[in-house]
Structure formats: C-alpha cells, structure tokens
Write a protein that binds this ligand. Structure first.
Ligand SMILES: Cc1ncc(COP(=O)(O)O)c(C=O)c1O
Length: 378
C-alpha cells in the first residue's frame, strides 16, 4: 500500500486555482452608483445603507468604497461596531435603534446615531440620562409610521416625543424626522402620495431635517428626496423597480457571481435531468453542469429557464438546483468545455432576471451567499 505523505498541502494549493463559486465585487461600480444617487438627489445628504453585510457584498469593504457618503445605515449594533473597529469615523445610524438599554452607553461613546421608534426606547434614553452622565449627546432619528405599520410612532405621538427628546439631557438638540415608504418600488402607486402627505402633516411644524427616500423613492419620487436620502440596493447596482434592471437606471452591478462548467455531455431526446426528473430534453443536446448550488447560496427555487451566461450567450437552467450543482442546456451545437466560466449574475446578466425567475427579489439572493463562495474585490 502507498502512503500519501503530503496530500493536504497539494489540496489546499489547488483550492486557490479552482474557479468554483466566485463573487467578484467591483468597488468602482459602488462608487459609480453612489455618484448616480448624488446626481438624482443633488441637495440631499446620502446615508449609504450597508446593513446585512453590505447587502451581501462585505460590510467594511463597501463602506470603505463608499467614502463619499455622508453616513452609513446599519440594522444591528454589531454592524456599527464592526465599521468603527475598521476605522470608519463617519456617522453610523442604527436604523432600528437599540434593542437593549445596555447599548445606550456604547452608542454615546462610539458616537453612533440611533433611530427612536418606540415609547420603550424613549423611556430607556430618559432613564439612561438620569442614571449616567453622558458626555456626548446622542443624535436621534425619530421614526414616524406614516403607513408602513412596521416601526415608528403614530402621528399623534410626534409632539410629545419631540418635547421629551428636547428635555432629555443625553439627546442632541438636532433631531432628524424620518419615515419609510411601503410601495416606493411601485410606480404610480397612490399610497406613496398618502404617506408623503402624512409625513408632511407630522413634520411641518418643526424645523428639523427630514428623511424619507430609500432607493426606489430616490429614483422615482422627487418629493421624497429631502434633507437625507437612504439608498441601499441601488448602490449595489440593482433597481428595486418592478420589471427594471439597474442598467435601465445607469447603475453598474457591484457583484458578479461566477463558477465553471465541471461536466459537458451529450444527452438524447427525452432524457430526464436532475432530482425529481422535473425536466426532459426535447431533442438531443449538450448538458452542462456548473459548480454552483444552494450550498453556495444560489436560489434553490430558480426555475427551468433561469438565465445563465456562458461564453457570451444566455443558456437556460434546466432541472432542479442541487446543493453543489446546476444543470444547463447548452444546445445541440454547443462547443463549451469543462472549465469554461459560467456567470450566474452580474456583468452581462442582471440579477433582477435571476431573482424574478426564482420568485424572489435580488435583495434576498445577494444576502444569502454562503461562506463557501470565494470573494475578490477589485
Ligand atoms: C429604514 C430604511 N431605509 C432605507 C433602506 C434602504 O432600502 P433600499 O435597499 O430599498 O434602498 C432600508 C432597507 O430596507 C430601510 O429599512
């Protein structure tokens, strides 16, 4: 029997040259997309929303690339700490505020800004002010629920919240009034006008700064572009508007996800493909297997016909997505070879099309890539 003495080193070197699931993030695309935001919202400050690991692109790398933004928006205090630890000194806003009173001291020390959307948060700030001496007042973004019915105070509470915030010694006197729109991605939906009117009613008596717009509103609702805009998805090159792609809005995809063909073989007509035999070939064709699956975060519900870009042309995914592989119909005349690159989304293939074919949204599939994917930033 032969004894292998150094297989592990050979294997690990090999890893680096294998071209399986690879997410390439184009930092200049992020910058380009931020510049597009600024063109649209010339008079607004920009909070670049980079929660959920920068929509799956890498929190710190995204924030470093977007150094022209005026602030960063995150959803968890851990994300804010990660940014500060990486040396990001810009304003960081906790979009859902703090979840536990014990975080208030650290918000003050790290100069995070916090959304306040509930009576409980306000009470905890008042209690903190009574208990500790907070040297640096905390800036608050007061979130008003104008119709989303998720986070935010009612219109009827605005006056009392503002007077209590003003009276609270640990709160900065400059409050920002904000709301979030439920249907900004639906062009022409009257509910947007309703929410804007509600916000106007709630905020007009105060001279505080206002913030309403997410990406969709930044793109299409001029009256929502106020003192601050809060784009997320468009920074990553994706349009949230139905049946559009980022390209339609002059955005560039920040992420290209690719892998390689690991098998190409001829199959006869009427051959069943994949788990559950959900697809049969109608004629003889070349079936390609790409090394990507739901184990990498490729959406399992991607349907037959989901586009995959191979050697400059779109080919359809056929059969079910497996953990490590997908199958594609390369066509009977295909000349594709093992090792050829397959682009799952990004440059040349809008992620919006893939999301639509998987009955989901680009936001979700960007966020769900797994640790098996290799990342490259350029
Ligand atoms: C309060 C708030 N503002 C802005 C955004 C950014 O939204 P989008 O990625 O659609 O631009 C989000 C994201 O969900 C949010 O929760």
């Amino acid at each position: 029997m032969r004894v292998l003495t150094s297989p592990i080193i050979i294997a690990s070197n090999h890893y680096h040259i294998m071209k399986t699931a690879l997410a390439q993030v184009d930092l200049s695309a992020l910058k380009h997309n931020l510049a597009q935001v600024k063109k649209l919202a010339r008079r607004s400050k920009v909070m670049a929303v980079c929660k959920a690991n920068g929509y799956g692109h890498g929190l710190v790398k995204v924030a470093q690339a977007l150094d022209d933004a005026d602030a960063f928006g995150v959803a968890r205090i851990e994300e804010a700490h990660k940014l500060r630890s990486a040396g990001i000194i810009k304003t960081i806003v906790l979009l859902e505020g703090f979840f536990e009173a014990k975080d208030i001291a650290s918000i003050a020390v790290n100069q995070f800004e916090t959304v306040v959307h509930s009576e409980q948060q306000l009470r905890e700030l008042e209690q903190a002010a009574a208990l500790y001496k907070i040297d640096r007042p905390i800036k608050v973004w007061l979130k008003i629920d104008t119709g989303m019915s998720r986070l935010g105070i009612d219109l009827s509470q605005v006056e009392s919240f503002i007077s209590r915030l003003k009276a609270c010694p640990c709160i900065h006197p400059e409050i920002i009034l904000m709301t979030h729109l439920a249907c900004a991605d639906e062009l022409g939906n009257d509910y947007n006008q309703y929410q804007l009117a509600q916000f106007q009613q709630a905020s007009s008596a105060y001279s505080f700064a206002h913030s309403i717009a997410n990406s969709a509103a930044t793109m299409v609702l001029e009256s929502a572009r106020q003192d601050w805009v809060r784009p997320g998805i468009m920074l990553y090159g994706v349009s949230p508007i139905e049946r559009e792609t980022g390209q339609d809005r002059n955005l560039k995809p920040a992420m290209t996800l690719s892998s390689q063909l690991i098998s190409v073989k001829t199959i006869k007509a009427n051959t069943n493909v994949g788990y559950g035999s959900t697809w049969q070939s109608s004629q003889q064709t070349q079936l390609g297997v790409v090394a990507i699956g739901y184990g990498d975060g490729y959406p399992r519900h991607a349907k037959n016909g989901t586009p995959v870009l191979i050697n400059g042309r779109i080919v359809p995914l056929v059969g079910r997505v497996s953990m490590d592989m997908i199958t594609v119909d390369l066509g009977s005349d295909a000349t594709d070879k093992i090792g050829d690159t397959a682009i799952l989304w990004g440059e040349g293939l809008p992620i919006e099309k893939v999301a639509e074919s998987a009955d989901t949204i680009a936001y979700e599939i960007l966020c769900q890539l797994t640790s098996r994917v290799r990342w490259v930033y350029n």
